[in-house]
Design a binder for this molecule. Structure first.
Ligand SMILES: C[S@@+](CC[C@H](N)C(=O)[O-])C[C@H]1O[C@@H](n2cnc3c(N)ncnc32)[C@H](O)[C@@H]1O
Length: 406
C-alpha cells in the first residue's frame, strides 16, 4: 500500500475514478479544471487537429497541455496513450500512425473507456483499442510499444516511480515518450487530512518539476527535453484552485524523451538517490534547512564532546582543534538563523527570526567570549524553539493555502 500525505492508494484511485466518471458522463458539470473543446483551444491544440474529432469525445477532454508539440509519432507506430480519458489524444495519434499503425488507449476509469469504446464503434475507428487498466501495472508485454503519449494522468498516479518503470518496460529500446503533466515548484508537505479532493485537484499529487525529470532519468530515459511550459491553472474556473496552484507554483510541462537501451540496476538507482546534492535540495524545498542545520550544530557540539569522552575507553584518541570546532558549530548556528529568517517570506512572522538571532548570539557568546555550559545550552534551546516555531508556521500557512482547517 502506498500512503502519500495521509492518503492510501485505494482512496486516491477511488477519488480519481469518481471525478473522471463525472467528466465522462456529465461533462457539463462545473469542474475546477478546464474541460472540453474550450480547454483544447486554451492549451494550444490546432483546430485542424481537433475539428475532425467527434464532439462526444471532445466534450470530456481534460488534458493539461498538448503532448503532440513534441512531434514524436510516425506513420506505422504502435502508440500507448496512458490516462487516455475519453480519447482526444488517442484519436489524434490514430490519425498520425495511419492504418498501418495502432493506438492503445489505457485508462483506470471504466466510464472513460466505455465512452471511448462507443465513440470508436460509432465512428468506425479500426486502429484504436480501448482498455481499462492502471499506469502502475500496464496490461501490455515488454518492449511492445514505439511511443507513449500521456496527458494529465501521471500527477494522479499514487506511485509515480512504478508507473515510469512500467513505461520503460513496455517501450521498445529507443522508443519515445511525450508527456504533458502538472508539476509544482514547491512540494506539499502537510498531511492533507485524508481529503482526496485535494489529490484530484491535480496539485497535491504533482511532483516538483526537477524531481519529475530526475525520476525519468533514474528509470532509464534519455534526451529529456522540455518542449513547452504553460500556466495551466490560469484556465481553471475555480478561484480556490488558482490560489492553491499559485501558492505551490503549479504549472504544466510538456516533455519529450526516449527510452535508453537498458534499465539502470537497482544499485545504480539507489546510488543516484543517495546523491547528497539531491538531499540538500529536498531539505531546502521542504523547509527543513533550519532544523537540519540546528541538528548539525548539536551533533558538532555535543556529539564531539561525547566522542572525546568515549573514544579513550576504546583505546582511541581524538585530536581536536578547538578553534575549528567552535567555528564549525558557529557556522551551523548561523545557517540555522538564516534559514529561519528565510521562512519569514512564507509566514510573515518575525518572532522566530528574533528568537534565532538571540539563540545564535547566546551560543556564540559562550563559544568565543565567555564559555559556560548553561549559557550555551540555553542558546541552543532558544534556537531550537525558533527553528521549531518557524517550521510550525510554515506548515500552518501551507495547510491554510490548501483550505485545510488545521
Ligand atoms: C486529466 S485526465 C486527462 C484525460 C485525457 N488524457 C485527456 O487529455 O482528456 C487524467 C486521466 O487519467 C486517468 N488516470 C488517473 N490515474 C490513472 C492511473 N493510475 N492509470 C491510468 N489512468 C489513470 C483518469 O481516469 C483520467 O481519465
Amino acid at each position: 500500500m502506498v500512503a502519500v500525505l495521509g492518503y492510501s492508494r485505494e482512496q486516491i484511485v477511488e477519488a480519481v475514478k469518481e471525478m473522471y466518471t463525472l467528466v465522462a458522463d456529465v461533462p457539463t458539470s462545473t469542474f475546477h479544471f478546464p474541460v472540453g473543446r474550450k480547454a483544447c483551444d486554451a492549451l494550444g491544440y490546432p483546430r485542424e487537429q481537433t475539428d475532425p474529432l467527434p464532439e462526444t469525445l471532445l466534450e470530456s477532454f481534460a488534458g493539461v497541455g498538448n503532448p503532440f508539440n513534441a512531434n514524436l509519432i510516425q506513420p506505422g507506430d504502435t502508440v500507448l496513450d496512458i490516462g487516455a480519458g475519453a480519447g482526444t489524444d488517442s484519436l489524434i495519434a490514430a490519425g498520425l500512425v495511419g492504418s498501418k499503425g495502432q493506438v492503445i488507449a489505457l485508462d483506470i476509469t471504466p466510464a472513460m473507456i466505455a465512452k471511448l469504446s462507443q465513440t470508436l464503434e460509432a465512428a468506425g475507428y479500426t486502429n484504436v483499442t480501448a482498455k481499462v487498466g492502471s499506469a502502475e501495472a500496464i496490461p501490455l508485454p515488454d518492449k511492445s510499444v514505439d511511443v507513449i503519449t500521456s496527458n494529465g494522468a501521471l500527477n494522479l498516479v499514487p506511485d509515480k516511480r512504478r508507473a515510469i518503470t512500467e513505461m520503460f518496460r513496455v517501450l521498445r529500446p529507443g522508443g519515445r515518450l511525450q508527456i504533458a503533466d502538472v508539476v509544482i515548484r514547491r512540494p506539499v508537505t502537510v498531511d492533507c487530512d485524508n481529503d482526496p479532493r485535494l489529490w484530484v485537484e491535480c496539485v497535491v499529487g504533482a511532483t516538483v518539476d526537477e524531481d519529475l525529470v530526475t525520476l525519468f532519468r533514474d528509470c532509464g530515459f534519455q534526451s529529456i527535453k522540455t518542449v513547452r511550459v504553460q500556466d495551466y491553472f490560469a484556465h481553471s474556473p475555480s478561484a480556490q484552485t488558482r490560489e492553491i496552484a499559485t501558492s505551490f507554483g503549479a504549472y504544466s510541462m510538456e516533455l519529450s524523451m526516449c527510452r535508453g537501451e537498458r534499465a539502470p540496476s537497482t544499485l545504480q538507482q539507489w546510488l543516484k538517490r543517495l546523491n547528497p546534492q539531491r538531499w540538500v535540495r529536498a531539505i531546502w524545498r521542504r523547509g527543513l534547512t533550519g532544523v537540519t542545520a540546528l541538528l548539525m550544530a548539536l551533533i558538532s557540539c555535543y556529539g564531539t564532546l561525547g566522542a572525546l569522552a568515549l573514544l579513550p575507553l576504546l583505546g582511541m584518541n581524538l585530536i581536536l582543534d578547538e578553534g575549528i570546532w567552535a567555528l564549525t558549530i558557529a557556522a551551523f548556528t548561523v545557517i540555522t538563523a538564516v534559514a529561519v529568517a528565510a521562512g519569514w517570506r512564507r509566514h510573515g512572522s518575525t518572532a522566530p527570526v528574533i528568537g534565532a538571532v538571540i539563540g545564535v548570539g547566546t551560543i556564540n557568546y559562550a563559544l568565543f567570549i565567555n564559555y559556560h555550559l548553561i549559557v550555551e545550552a540555553t542558546g541552543f534551546l532558544v534556537l531550537a524553539g525558533a527553528a521549531g516555531w518557524d517550521l510550525y508556521l510554515k506548515r500552518r500557512s501551507e495547510a491554510r493555502a490548501l483550505g485545510l482547517s488545521s
